[in-house]
Ligand binder design. Sequence first.
Ligand SMILES: Nc1nc2c(ncn2[C@@H]2O[C@H](COP(=O)(O)OP(=O)(O)O)[C@@H](O)[C@H]2O)c(=O)[nH]1
Ligand SMILES: [Mg+2]
Length: 243
Amino acid sequence: MSTSESITIVVPCYNEAGRLRMQAFERAAQELGLGFLFVDDGSKDRTRSVLEDLAARMGDAASVLVLEQNAGKAEAVRRGLLQALDGGAAVVGYVDADLATPLEAVVEMVALLREGSHDAVIGSRIAYLGANIERRAARHYLGRVFATAASLILDEVIYDTQCGAKVFRASALLRRALSEPFHSRWAFDVELLGRLLAAGASVREMPLRQWVDVAGSKLSLREMLGTGWDLLKIAHALRRYRG
Ligand SMILES: Nc1nc2c(ncn2[C@@H]2O[C@H](COP(=O)(O)OP(=O)(O)O)[C@@H](O)[C@H]2O)c(=O)[nH]1
Ligand SMILES: [Mg+2]
């Protein structure tokens, strides 16, 4: 695959040594043509060496960005995406390390991005007949409250801003949206989408056929509730960004 068409998917990793499904990434590189940029977000376990071994095995299809200090998912993703853009990828994106969203779905998202000439395609966890969306009830309902608030802030109908899988066409618009750090470690997706929408980006949601809540989430209930406060900060920041 030529560089001009290459796809780089950022995988933020914090203490993921025990959870990383290495073969799934290797297979996706070989069979689906995806490239990966793993970001070790100042992990305290063996994540860094696990990632470096994996990237060495994967050759050109993977690299590792090491953040010496833990910076949070938002900053890990932002730094990863900027590095992926600098590397010349035509399409960039991110997924959670636990692969709750299967990598096959990421390929479908990229296809939709290209077909529709969209700036961004975001995965959406909509439970419908025929789909396999496994989410714990408490998470689902908290998630719906969050999504409704996020939708109000963005003034757009978006069902699910928080799914961990998103892809973007490499562009100056995206680079600009990533130029400043986000105001929240977890709700940053809302801010990123807000910045893109403010710049007139075409954003499309893609309902996933499969999404499985993988055990070992690093997001505590307390942090999840704290993101409510983050939404207010984001609303304020976006108002300034638009203005
Ligand atoms: N908890 C945590 N996760 C991080 C951090 N930086 C990056 N991540 C990554 O963010 C992703 C989402 O985390 P996960 O625990 O699966 O959260 P979930 O959304 O509740 O399933 C994973 O790939 C983590 O490794 C961090 O500082 N803390
Ligand atoms: Mg998860």
